[in-house]
Write a protein that binds this ligand. Sequence first.
Ligand SMILES: [Zn+2]
Length: 157
Amino acid sequence: MSHPECEFEPDVLAAVLQSRWPERADSALRAHVADCGICSDVVAVAGAFESAREEVRVPDAGGIWWRSQLRARREAVTAAGRPITAAQVIAFGCAMGLFGACFGATSAWFQSALARIASRLSNFDTTALTEHSFIVVGSIAVVLLVPTAVYVVLARD
Ligand SMILES: [Zn+2]
């Protein structure tokens, strides 16, 4: 089966692709397309491609690049902020523990309250060891609980 060809096919295709068809095309060419099946098919197919190409609006490449840059920067800021947040939580927990230890060691009414609680809780004599163990346990609890609570709250976001 031989491929059907027409000698005017390139001229018709050029006229359609250059948006010269049919108003600014040669009148002899228009008369030929009216009679030739191959060239009328070329006009139909190439015209459909041309109108489809005009309808499709490809987004601006610069806009896409700019938006991807913005997104990458935002993700980098988020990733960089995570270790800082963890360090801040740990520092806050240490500060709270230090504050609690200093408060417990220097406050007279707090120590007397601790002694009263310790004497009520145990039948043993309130020694310095039990008082200090209360302070140590409380400080450790603050150091461990505060960062854990802050971490849980931040991890939920
Ligand atoms: Zn033809």
